[in-house]
Design a protein around this ligand. Sequence first.
Ligand SMILES: C=CC1=C(C)c2cc3[nH]c(cc4nc(cc5[nH]c(cc1n2)c(C)c5CCC(=O)O)C(CCC(=O)O)=C4C)c(C)c3C=C
Ligand SMILES: [Fe+2]
Length: 484
Amino acid sequence: MDATSFSGLLPHTDLNPNFARSYAQGTPLTSVSCHSLQEHRPSSQALAFLSSNKTSKITSLLGVSNVCRPVQKRNGVGKAICAVGLGVYGENVIEHQSHSHATEDKVGVLLLNLGGPDTLNDVQPFLFNLFADPDIIRLPRLFQCLQWPLAKLISVLRAPKSKEGYASIGGGSPLRKITNEQADALKTALKAKNLTANVYVGMRYWYPFTEEAVQQIKRDRITKLVVLPLYPQFSISTTGSSIRVLQSIFREDEYLSRLPVSIIRSWYKREGYVISMADLIKKEMEKFTRPEEVMIFFSAHGVPVSYVEDAGDPYKDQMEECIYLIMQKLKDRGINNDHTLAYQSRVGPVEWLKPYTDKVLVELGQKGVKSLLAVPVSFVSEHIETLEEIDMEYKELALESGIENWGRVPALNCTSSFITDLADAVIEALPTASATAMSTPRSASEEDDLDPVRYAIKLFFGSILAFVLLFSPRMILAFKNNLF
Ligand SMILES: C=CC1=C(C)c2cc3[nH]c(cc4nc(cc5[nH]c(cc1n2)c(C)c5CCC(=O)O)C(CCC(=O)O)=C4C)c(C)c3C=C
Ligand SMILES: [Fe+2]
């Protein structure tokens, strides 16, 4: 398990290749304090407001300069936070935290997840929030003013296709309901292990937003917090993005900045998770007439290749290791079937991790594979990409390509061995009384935005570049080819 504990939140330095490398190598459990904002992120309410029709004029392409102004929440607290008991920045310093003196600890567990539209009307604003995330659409610094207009444009263009998908699975995402059930089950499992804890759900792109969960944590006067992203493998685009949002909230708040926190950044290696996955696979395989002939087909959510190759995202390595561990567990049980890993759900004109799920399915059919068991592996709840993309689109493609027997392993959801293991992970990660400091300087781009002259220059050139990029042949082709 890759966990970090501290008081306050770690800087999100995944995009710094040096730091990213430490993710790939796995980081030991440490304690740190203080933190930094790397992004001017509007509040969730502001995001939802900006994506509503009322503001479409502001976010339209013609209004690029209007949306380029980052929403900043600045008060004196941010500065005060970084002064808390920390003599040396840039090195790990042991620090005693005030909350650790509390007579009785109040433990909180914050489950982080992606979030999904509850209704079809939510689809476009949900997509806006997703594409407005600089960890999802990673623009070069000079182009960052494009983020919101681009998000608006892509979300509006993609919404009809996405709506069709959500309509076909019942008119909305099941993610909120399943994550709430997982939270309840985790609370019960913790109680059974003699740990009374409040379990909160914080979504990245839809309700209940992470900001709302954190406000509740404050109101409940939690004294120790474990952050558990519901993604087994770390990616800049998922866990990384959610942690960055948490940092921005924590840095601005005196109480939160002193709160002992542990983050479990990845947990795909945990025995309980691996066993639970192997169990589910074995059970589904037994439904085939000839289980020994079944191809085990792991389908992971893709990420653009540049995340891995340029930004050092450990996602691909972790995914491959995860598949290896699950297959080892199956081998221990005498299951020696062939298996393969492919990546699904690519969006946009850039190259994503290969091989692509759709291409591999066709190839396997052509090669004569007759029985195939699809295993979704980047996510622990049913969602649109299991219920629609795998169960409908990929199944149809596989059957057309010559595969005759199709099966799909369900997502872990509330499988009891899995929830029990998450409870163990939480207990193992409970923050200790002492914490270590870590340097968290503002990013250069943040510093620029605090300087009005530099900001105006950036805004001017950014706006020009925005038009150039938006109307570039590559972008136009991507839209024409339905890649968004
Ligand atoms: C455009 C870039 C995207 C990246 C990078 C990305 C990474 C990524 N996503 C998940 C998990 C989920 N993504 C979901 C929905 C979804 N994701 C993207 C785009 C990227 N994801 C879009 C546009 C959407 C919306 C749905 C659609 O229009 O296709 C969901 C589903 C939520 C739900 O409503 O059910 C999940 C889950 C992972 C694990 C990941 C990187 C590792
Ligand atoms: Fe996604």
